[in-house]
Design a protein around this ligand. Structure first.
Ligand code: GLN
Length: 482
């Protein structure tokens, strides 16, 4: 039994009665115990509940039942996913002491498929950030080099998979928060089509952009988790009443004849040369596997970052209005209600969250609404149109996931704009509502992982995963150390 086994292998052996869920869990808990003090991937490790759940899986197998496709597979959950009776913090002081009265739909579906939740992972507060340094509970570190960030905001989920704490995890992606940390930690990360995975029980950041998706060490494991969590959910009004694309069936189809476009606007200026080189090699690998590779143009993509930093804060300012000291978590008392609200929010929110609330409130204010929020929505429409035009010529698109490999802790905390630039390649697909994923493809000059981003039109997950599978097989070896 090793912590390097895939979720597919682990589940197969549990279902066949060859290994117990308990022994698998204990191996992963031992890995957590050994390295969690230096990584800090988790806000909470739920070992007791996890042991009970694993024992229950083993009882069911012994009774001749099949616990499901993720039988006995440990999974880490981003701490903005509601877990019944288990603290859910969004890495914010404002939710101090709050325990959700219900499970997120994805959490329910994972449990129903036999998965074992091992804990809640660290994130940038309310998922606002690209390095997990905005957590109220201290940063997470990159398992490949602990002087470096794991990316963010789902840095804890990415690091937990990279460190072998769990073979798979869940994150959320509003502007890149699954794909960018996946790239920096050398794992696979998927942002599905908007509406494909229920957000019931995901604590909202920017509702027109938020999506839940998996992290895994292999493309097949990511597909497996996606199939478990995806599909219609009447509890989420934005959930699409449509079956999930049959991703796993087509994983081995190859890419012969598939048209792949390298997005020129996301490939030049601002991309580190070592990262750009890996993207070119990835394109060559796809061509060698029979894809028709060309250059694609999504002109409005260059305005994605600007539009995002109006739309996302605008939605966040509204979503975060509910933290008023009455309904959830923290309350700092005062002699009257407005002062209580003010003191609670002043104390409860960190700097970046306050910055976003102020930006968003300004962008939505009377007199500025048309100039800022309205204009950003128009840019969003242009991006949607430009992607649609590109997808008339190409089945999938290719770009870097992140402009650089993992950077040092503290490197970008002084200047928010430098931090925001991390998501220049990932934000456009959130604005378009399209799926995109990051696949590890070799390392940069510093020996740290590089991720290649595969983008597809809405419901194009099958082609996206076909490309990802070929890239995984072709990825340069000489793996990074853990
Ligand atoms: N880094 C981006 C931000 O800070 C994206 C975050 C996310 O996807 N949750 O908004």
């Amino acid at each position: 039994m090793t912590i390097d086994d895939t979720a597919l292998d682990l589940a197969a052996s549990v279902r066949a009665g060859d290994r117990s869920a308990r022994e698998i869990l204990d191996a992963h808990l031992a890995a957590i115990e050994a390295r969690e003090p230096e990584i800090h991937a988790f806000n909470l490790v739920t070992s007791e509940v996890a042991r009970d759940a694993a024992d229950e899986i083993d009882r069911r197998v012994a009774a001749g039942e099949d616990p499901g496709p993720l039988a006995g597979v440990p999974i880490a959950l981003k701490d903005n996913l509601c877990t019944r009776g288990v603290a859910t913090t969004c890495s914010s002081k404002i939710l101090d002491g709050w325990q959700p009265p219900y499970d997120a739909t994805v959490v329910q579906r994972l449990a129903a498929a036999g998965a074992i939740a091992v804990g809640k992972t660290n994130l940038d507060e309310f998922a606002m950030g690209s390095s997990t340094e905005n957590s109220a509970f201290g940063p997470t570190r990159n398992p490949h080099d602990t002087s470096k960030v794991p990316g963010g905001s789902s840095g804890g989920s990415a690091a937990s998979v990279a460190a072998g704490f769990a073979p798979v995890s869940l994150g959320s992606d509003t502007g890149g928060s699954i794909r960018q940390p996946a790239a920096l930690c050398g794992v696979v990360g998927v942002k599905p089509t908007y509406g494909l995975v229920s957000r019931y029980g995901l604590i909202a950041f920017a509702s027109s952009l938020d999506q839940i998706g998996p992290f895994a060490r292999t493309v097949a494991d990511a597909a497996l988790v996606l199939e478990v969590i995806g599909g219609h959910d009447p509890a989420d009004t934005t959930s699409i009443p449509q079956a999930l694309p049959p991703v796993r069936e087509h994983l081995d189809d190859g890419v012969a004849g598939l048209r792949v476009g390298i997005v020129s606007e996301l490939s030049g200026e601002g991309i580190a040369p070592d990262v750009a080189r890996r993207v070119s090699e990835a394109a060559e690998a796809l061509a060698a596997a029979g894809a028709e590779v060309g250059e694609a143009s999504v002109p409005a993509a260059i305005y994605g970052l600007s539009a995002y930093y109006l739309i996302a804060p605008a939605e966040a300012s509204s979503n975060l209005a509910r933290y008023d000291g009455v309904r959830y978590g923290l309350r700092v008392d005062a002699t009257n209600t407005p002062d209580m609200n003010l003191r609670t929010r002043t104390e409860g929110f960190g700097d970046e969250v306050k910055r976003r609330i102020m930006l968003g409130t300004y962008a939505l204010s009377a007199g500025y609404y048309d100039a800022y929020y309205g204009k950003a929505q128009k840019v969003r429409t242009l991006i949607i149109r430009d992607f649609a035009a590109a997808y008339e010529q190409f089945d999938v698109l290719l770009s870097p996931t992140s402009p650089t490999t993992a950077f040092a802790l503290g490197d970008k905390t002084a200047d928010p704009l430098t931090m925001y630039l991390n998501d220049v390649c990932t934000i456009p697909s959130n604005l378009a509502g399209d799926p995109a994923m990051s696949v590890p493809f070799g390392t940069g000059d510093d020996g740290l992982p590089v991720g290649v981003q595969v983008l597809a039109p809405a419901f194009g997950e099958v082609d996206m995963f076909r490309v990802a599978a070929v890239l995984e097989a072709a990825a340069p070896i000489g793996e990074v150390a853990r």
